[in-house]
Design a protein around this ligand. Structure first.
Ligand code: TNX
Length: 851
């Protein structure tokens, strides 16, 4: 046990490690008693797990809590202080009793808002002792959420927790869908014309290609190697020759779509395969479609030959921007996880990777001239001065240098990521989140300042400071930081941004990757910033264009975008960068100035019932190029559903695969059904809201799925939250506008949508998910727990993605990969436990039904 602990604290041991419970002298149990809407009661029980008395003083318990702990609710035995962000500390007062071995003390307190899930529980508890001992992590047990008082957010919350029976009813309503031959690939192509017969691919089938397509040909050969056992030969040249796969560029006509680079035509006949792309990107997508048509079993292990159904695909994307956003700041994701994600994005024809590299809780990209950014800003662990690391967040614990709290990409890692993306026709859009969400950079530059001062180099020390040290403004960000916004009135801010932008330009150049756009965040700047900054007061006094603090927002954006424009780069940001500054953008009024500058806005805050549901349209109509990033449909860090064991956030609602699939990009109001609490929405609410104008429609660049990192504690969790939601996104971003979206009558639209969703759900269960069991090393996608009921003594079960296997037990044990397969209604006499399984034997959460 000691050895494990020691390993965890070894520098650069980038391993996620669990603390062995035996080593902790204290045991903790946390549980929700009741949610009341604006606050919830919870208990924290401290149990002496050691053999000596647990002392009444001399220790402090640190932990991360996503919810603010209400100070007035703290009982007399302890003091709870908010350190910063989500870090709190608890220590005994004089009223704290010494605990005999085995004894417990239960503290009842309140948290802000609500907590209804295991992933809402505080995490990362550790003890710090007055006598300088090493920090000691303390395990916490979360009490199950079983009663409605625990799972109902407020009296207004009408959304039930899913049960085996409710899931059964939802699944049973799915219209049946016959198997498809030839298979319909995901995303659905514009036109598929079935042919006759098949083409047989073997290890000897040559891949022939036109000039300039070496990359695409090599990619296909590499992709086929694991399916055929060896890499088929690649040859230059495109002359017709029987039995070959030929890649070429040339004009491609796709019905209903203006010709562009990404269009392709894939023709499979028994004699050969021809992929013609309008440009190399089109050829690449033709190659991906070919991979998607191959027998799914081949992905499980090499086959001597592969039968490809004869057909013709004529295809091009609906939207030029098909993005996926990954936050690696809150929790770090190793390079390998990112490379794999890029592979999977490319397989589903996504072409923009929005890389959220910086935030309050971490700076993840090495900038050679500013080593503190990653040395300090890319590490988290226990600290009281943050000289060499940031404080823990999201349960990352006391020890620095292990995943997922610590970690960063070296310059070489980043160049490798860029090359990998470029070879897959994915543009990487880096995000440097400023002026808010910038605490990691601020702390890092303060550490740099302190180092250079200590080295007696005051001039250099001041150069990259991001704050006004005399700023007495007080604010609190959404994530509860009080010092996370850089100052727009000090020169260090712009020097810093120039250094970072220059480093980005250099890394992209080295990788041969296109850098067209930098995303500067701009989100969630808290109310109250800069108001009491002497540096800002001086700037406002001196610059006649500045009337007050509100004007600093435009000032900052203008200067920052000037720096980008000087490097030929477009400025992108969250919706706030396109809104007129009313200190915190609450008015939601488009800022005309930045539309003229070509700012690109990523619109997220379209939460049902919050009033900004039409914001994307107002910005697009006002001239802003818009990427729809709608939180309720495209925030993949939202939990799949309300079940307490289903991890994730839910402030924008619950977001499953269907949420992305059913988005109607040009008429979002068609998606209005219920708010985040499950209350039905009255369509009349939206009658006066903005609709897309013709100009507005042209300004919708596309869609993006967002994966924020607070709950992404491992690459497996990343995959769980992203898949299969990403397939719903890919379908909506690539496939032509579906017929159901054009129905104006809600009832007929719902019926047509149900049919379309059913076809998609069957495709997932029969082909896409079984392929994901092996594709690019296999994906830890979410397996939906089965639905089940027992009626008249018969067990009925079903699954959201028909084709997945359901297994069950009747002896009270957990179903395993060898338990009985559910093949149809079966007589049972007692309780039944069921799980969904993939082809690898990975199982879903268990559900239980009773007669
Ligand atoms: C809001 S939406 C944020 C992020 C969080 C996310 C969690 C936006 C631009 N900012 O900082 O990670 O919610 O869902």
């Amino acid at each position: 046990m000691r050895l494990l602990l020691a390993l965890c604290s070894l520098p650069l041991m980038l391993v996620a490690c669990e603390t062995p419970p035996e080593s902790a002298p204290l045991r903790l149990t946390w549980g929700v008693v009741e949610n009341r809407g604006q606050a919830f009661d919870f208990t924290l029980t401290l149990t002496n797990a050691g053999t000596a008395p647990w002392p009444a003083s001399g220790w402090t318990l640190y932990f991360n809590s996503l919810r603010r702990i209400l100070p007035e609710s703290v009982p007399p035995e302890v003091t709870v202080e908010h350190v910063n962000g989500d870090l709190f500390r608890l220590f005994p007062t004089d009223a704290f009793p010494e605990l005999a071995p085995g004894d417990s003390l239960t503290l009842t307190m309140q948290g802000q808002y609500w907590a209804i899930k295991r992933s809402d529980a505080p995490a990362g508890f550790y003890l710090i002792f007055e006598d300088d001992r090493d920090p000691v992590p303390v395990p916490v047990t979360v009490r199950p959420f079983t009663s409605e008082r625990q799972t109902r957010r407020s009296p207004a919350d009408v959304l039930p927790v899913p049960t085996a029976a409710s899931v059964y009813r939802t699944n049973a309503a799915l219209p049946p869908h016959p198997p498809e031959t030839p298979p319909v690939i995901v995303p659905t192509p514009v036109r598929m014309t079935p042919g006759t017969g098949t083409f047989t691919l073997t290890p000897d089938t040559p891949i022939r290609h036109a000039e300039g397509l070496d990359g695409e040909a090599a990619f296909l050969a590499e992709a086929l190697a694991p399916l055929l056992g060896t890499r088929p030969p690649v040859e230059p040249g495109t002359e017709r020759r029987a039995g070959a796969v030929v890649l070429e560029t040339g004009p491609v006509a796709v019905p209903g779509i203006a010709t562009h680079d990404e269009a392709y035509r894939l023709a499979v006949t028994p004699e050969g395969i021809r992929i013609a792309g309008e440009g190399p990107a089109g050829v690449f997508y033709g190659v991906q479609s070919l991979r998607a048509l191959l027998p799914v079993q081949a992905y499980a292990g090499p086959q001597p030959s592969l039968e490809v159904p004869a057909l013709t695909l004529e295809d091009a994307p609906r939207f030029p921007y098909r993005g996926f956003h990954l936050d690696v700041a809150r929790n770090f994701q190793p390079k390998e996880a990112v490379l794999k994600l890029l592979d999977l994005m490319a397989f589903y024809k996504l072409n923009r990777f929005h890389f959220h590299l910086t935030d309050d809780e971490g700076w993840r990209l090495a900038i050679p001239d500013l080593p503190e950014l990653t040395d300090v800003g890319g590490r988290r662990g226990h600290t009281t001065d943050e000289r060499d690391r940031l404080v823990p967040s999201y349960g990352s614990g006391p020890f620095p240098d292990h995943l997922p709290g610590s970690g960063h990409y070296t310059r070489d890692d980043f160049v490798e990521i860029l090359r990998h993306a470029t070879a897959r026709h994915i543009e990487v859009i880096p995000e440097v989140d400023v002026p808010g969400h910038a605490r990691a950079a601020i702390r890092a530059m303060e550490a740099r300042h302190a180092r250079l001062l200590a080295e007696d180099r005051p001039g250099e020390a001041a150069a990259y400071r991001l704050i006004d040290p005399d700023d007495a403004s007080s604010y609190r960000s959404v994530q509860m930081w009080d010092d996370n916004v850089l100052n727009p009135c000090v020169p260090g801010t712009y020097r810093f941004l120039e250094a970072v932008f220059d480093a980005l330009v250099a890394m992209y150049a080295e990788a041969g990757a296109p850098l067209t756009t930098v995303h500067i965040g701009g989100d969630e700047v808290p109310h109250g910033v800069w108001e009491r900054s002497p540096a800002c007061a001086a700037l406002i006094a001196e610059d006649p264009a500045l009337d007050g603090t509100d004007d600093l927002w435009d000032h900052f954006l203008r200067r920052t975008s000037d720096l980008l424009a000087a490097r030929g780069l477009t400025t992108a940001g969250w919706e706030e960068i396109a809104l007129a500054a009313s200190s915190d953008h609450t008015a939601g009024v488009p800022n005309p100035g930045f539309a003229r500058r070509g700012f690109r806005a990523y619109v997220w805050n379209t939460v049902w019932g919050w009033g900004a549901e039409d914001l994307a349209y107002r910005l697009a109509n006002a001239g802003y190029p818009v990427v729809l990033s709608n939180a309720p449909h495209l925030y993949f860090d939202m939990a799949y559903d309300k079940h307490p064991e289903e991890p994730g956030f839910y402030w924008a609602g619950f977001t499953d695969t269907r949420a992305a699939f059913e988005l109607v990009p040009f008429d979002l109001f068609k998606n209005a059904r219920a708010d985040a609490l499950g209350r039905p929405l009255d369509p009349a609410t939206f009658t006066g809201r903005a609709r897309l104008t013709e100009t507005g429609r042209r300004n919708i660049l596309g869609l993006q799925g967002q994966l924020w990192g607070e709950t992404l504690i491992s690459p497996e969790r990343l995959e769980y939250m992203a898949f299969p939601k990403l397939l719903g996104l890919a379908e909506r971003a690539w496939a032509p506008e579906p017929a159901w979206a054009r129905h104006d009558d809600p009832a007929s639209r719902q019926a047509a949508l149900a049919e379309a969703w059913s076809a998609f759900a069957h495709r997932l269960g029969r082909r896409e998910l079984p392929r994901l069991d092996h594709l690019h090393g296999g994906v830890a996608y979410r397996l939906p727990p089965p639905g089940a009921v027992i009626e008249n003594g018969l067990l009925h079960a079903n699954v959201a993605f028909p084709g997945l296997t359901i297994r069950y037990t009747t002896d009270g044990t957990e179903p395993t990969a060898t338990s009985t397969v559910y093949a149809g209604p079966v007589a049972v006499t007692g309780p039944v436990k069921l799980r969904t399984f993939d082809t690898r034997g990975r199982g879903s959460r268990t559900v239980e039904v009773h007669p």
